[in-house]
Ligand binder design. Structure first.
Ligand code: AMP
Ligand code: MG
Length: 526
């Protein structure tokens, strides 16, 4: 296994001077050195061929003992110094203080094709940031993270990636629904890959401690490593207050683009705390996430958030804005002027609606813009909630709608209704009215029906990782059968393509999955 190791994070940022693995508050440092916990009997369950390629590794490399040992945490690659990152975060709206990589251990950075990648193990044992938990991860949540991060990548959603999924061979105790019924589950480790794992909370922690020196060092490192266009565009080639505002603006734009993609594909993150929002606008930390089945803006898969529904589907873009306010507060001491930061936040609020409308236009195949499109789309979102309507099937099948035969509308979307009996005459009337307006609007488009359909099928996926699909793969994996993981992995590589042999996955959630733990109900216990 030949990797081009290049460690920028540990060579440029301050380390915690304490090197024992005790749980503690870590100050004036961005990370702590820590060695992964050796595993009992590691076994690779799946490897991403795309990620191997991206890192310059071969499929043969993935079959070596060295690969198994390094990516299960049993061997530290020579010349590398694993570490856990220090960060804080606002959890469910409240400042939670230091959190940090409680069960993620960064191994090293590898450079390939001019791209620098950080590789980290999730579930590789305790770190100074583990607080009261064990630093481990179970197979169930690791399968979910592994499959979903790769699926999101193929959907065109900015995301961290996954290289491999391994069983540790250890047993891990978890109380899935937090109801006093702990049970042992199989331990697992996902190797995650990203240009950076820095989060909003990585900056908040230093600001909260008024440690402006570490904050500045980290922000400057981030700009130089990941936003270098901001430095080279500046004739003096130095970072100043204006650069910080531009940096914040870039983070806001990337975060907005990310969340608009989530809304497009029906992804609900579930735990959008500031420690789970990447500074690069990548989807990060796949926990109790879920996919919309019935189109329901108020839905969240996270049972921990069932009361307040803070992280429900419909308001995800607003939550990103709330999180950006926290980041703005953290950056303020470096800038000492609120104006620039406020302008970025105001621009986000404006762009949020503009980009949402643009995205929704694309979902219904409108390539031109008209003033009343917002009304048409609002009425569509209202109609979608009249009877339980599957989001993925609805938008995919809508591409068959032809403005010359508007009366076919209901027939075309019929398959997306969960219970056809619940579609009353009054609901049908609403839909027919909508189809009439939609047909009128389509007639003013200048592209052919064929081109419209092709465009729509590029933004409306046919296959997503429905909650029950991941659960079926997990149930099999718990019995030692990994075929379904591989099948879903391959299916989700081409989410926009027709894949006739996989047609069975283009189906509504089965009734048995409606209220099943793992399918519609997920907790943070992972
Ligand atoms: P999350 O909201 O799941 O991203 O996690 C919030 C915090 O809890 C992060 O600092 C995680 O590292 C930490 N954490 C979650 N699960 C564990 C675990 N099993 N062991 C140690 N730390 C954990
Ligand atoms: Mg997290």
């Amino acid at each position: 296994m030949k990797l081009n190791i290049k460690n920028t994070f540990t060579s440029q940022l301050p380390a915690d001077p304490i090197t024992d693995n005790s749980r503690r508050q870590v100050t004036k440092a961005c990370y702590s050195f820590v060695i992964p916990k050796p595993t009992a009997n590691p076994k690779i369950v799946h490897v991403s061929p795309e990620m191997l390629d991206t890192l310059g590794l071969s499929e043969n490399d993935a079959k070596t003992k060295q690969f198994l040992n390094v990516f299960s945490g049993n061997t530290v690659l020579e010349g590398t110094t694993p570490y856990a990152m220090c960060y804080g975060g606002h959890q469910f709206g409240h400042w939670a203080g230091q959190l940090g990589d409680g069960r993620a251990i960064n191994l090293f950075e590898a450079q390939h094709n001019n791209q620098n990648w950080k590789l980290q193990l999730k579930g590789a044992g305790e770190t100074p940031y583990s607080r009261t938990a064990d630093g481990l991860a179970v197979l169930r949540s690791s399968v979910r993270e592994y499959l979903c991060s790769e699926a999101m990548y193929h959907l065109g959603v900015p995301t961290t990636r996954a290289l491999s999924l391994a069983l540790s061979g250890d047993q891990v105790l978890r109380d899935v629904m937090y109801n006093g019924n702990p049970a042992y589950e199989k331990g697992a480790i996902v190797t995650r890959v990203s240009p950076s794992f820095l989060r909003f909370g990585s900056y908040e922690i230093h600001a909260s401690r008024n440690d402006l020196s570490t904050l500045k060092t980290l922000v400057d490192y981030t700009i130089n490593s990941h936003f270098s266009h901001l430095v080279t565009a500046n004739t003096k080639a130095e970072i100043n207050k204006q650069t910080y505002v531009q940096f914040f603006n870039d983070v806001a734009t990337r975060s907005l683009d990310m969340v608009i993609h989530w809304q497009r594909v029906g992804f609900v993150h579930g735990v959008m705390n500031t420690d789970n929002l990447s500074i690069l606008g990548l989807t990060i930390d796949y926990g109790p996430y879920g996919w919309l089945e019935g189109y329901e803006p108020g839905w969240t898969p996270n049972t921990t958030d069932r009361q307040n529904k803070r992280y429900q589907f419909g308001t995800q873009p607003d939550i990103v804005l709330w999180n950006l306010y926290q980041l703005a507060n953290a950056l303020y001491p470096l800038i000492e002027e609120a104006e620039g930061l406020e302008a970025v936040l105001a621009n986000y609020a404006e762009q949020k609606d503009i980009k949402h409308l643009k995205m929704m236009r694309s979902k219904i195949g409108l390539s031109s813009k008209e003033q009343l499109d917002a009304n048409l789309i609002q009425e569509l979102e209202d109609c979608l909630q009249l009877a339980e309507t599957d989001m993925t099937i609805f938008f995919r099948n809508l591409s068959d709608f032809n403005s010359t035969t508007p009366t076919n509308g209901l027939q075309i979307i019929r398959e997306s209704f969960y219970d056809i009996k619940s579609v009353t005459e009054a609901i049908k009337d609403r839909w027919n009215l909508w189809f009439n307006s939609y047909a009128d609007r389509l007639q003013r488009e200048s592209i052919s029906a064929k081109a419209k359909k092709e465009n729509m099928n590029k933004v409306n996926p046919k296959y997503v990782l429905r909650n029950y699909m991941a659960q079926l793969a997990i149930d099999d994996a718990n019995k030692g059968d990994y075929k379904l993981i591989d099948e879903l992995y391959n299916l989700l590589k081409q989410p926009y393509a027709e894949q006739p042999k996989h047609q069975k996955w283009f189906a509504k959630r089965p009734e048995w999955a409606r209220h099943k733990v793992g399918c519609s109900m997920l907790s943070c216990s992972s």
